[in-house]
Design a binder for this molecule. Structure first.
Ligand code: CTP
Ligand code: CA
Length: 226
């Protein structure tokens, strides 16, 4: 049995990956968040590192250990994630936005615990920055990869996001499908590409999905070098 060296398809490239959920503070004891566990993003970080890249992992709060050799930036809110991503954007060859970023945050974050009131509504929300959209508008040489977790009309929404955010690839899944989505070790995704191609993948581990995504990215990077 021969020792086979891992192919270093991303050698010399800087890959920035965002992972996990964001937390939007309500007060010192409460926040708004989502079910993201970070598994897909951490799998991508591990595989990108193994492919020879410099990897920056910008992560929301998750219960995972970062892969060895990866630069880790811990963030909580969408705003913090935005600032961290922008800091690394100029030096990035690839940005993969796996994170489930909150779309809204409380208009006011209180420094004291808020007591319940007699009225029937509470908490005004405002939009967070759409990080991928902002990156798309600033894009130079970078390859931008977004994710789309949907419950219906997956293809339509994925293609819309690809164009609206000026991304090169959107990795979409239906979170209602068994074996796909939040918290699982597997996923069933379709990769929608800028050139109109769609690459549907069968049920596989998130590590295998990561390999497929990184391979598609390396193909795009090679095209850029031509
Ligand atoms: N995204 C982001 N910043 C946000 C919201 C989303 O960078 N404030 C990124 C996600 O990381 C993901 C992609 O945009 O890579 C798509 O996220 P998604 O939530 O599916 O799409 P939205 O544009 O937020 O639209 P909606 O939630 O209404 O489907
Ligand atoms: Ca969203």
């Amino acid at each position: 049995h021969f020792f086979q060296s891992k192919s270093l398809e991303l050698k010399g490239k800087t890959v920035v990956i965002t992972a996990g959920p964001t937390r939007e503070k309500i007060d010192p004891v409460r926040f708004i968040s989502n079910h993201s566990t970070g598994k897909m993003g951490y799998a991508l970080a591990e595989k990108a590192k193994a492919s020879g890249a410099r990897v920056v992992l910008i992560t929301g709060p998750v219960q995972l250990t970062a892969p060895t050799g990866v630069e880790v930036v811990k963030v909580e809110s969408a705003e913090e994630m935005y600032n961290a991503v922008l800091q690394f954007f100029a030096s990035a060859d690839v940005v993969i936005k796996t994170a489930a970023v909150a779309d809204y945050r409380p208009k006011t974050a209180y420094d004291h615990k808020v007591k319940k009131q007699s009225g029937d509504t509470f908490i005004e929300l405002e939009r967070t920055k759409d990080i991928l959209l902002e990156l798309g508008a600033r894009k130079g040489k970078q390859i931008l990869v977004g994710f789309a977790a949907e419950t219906d009309n997956v293809e339509e929404y994925a293609k819309k996001k690809l164009l609206a955010k000026n991304a090169d690839m959107i990795v979409a899944n239906n979170v209602k499908t068994e074996g796909a989505g939040f918290g699982t070790d597997t996923n069933i995704v379709t990769i929608y590409k800028r050139n109109g191609e769609a690459v549907p993948l069968p049920l596989m581990s998130k590590h295998e999905v990561a390999d497929k995504i990184l391979h598609e990215i390396s193909v795009l990077l090679k095209d850029l070098e031509k």
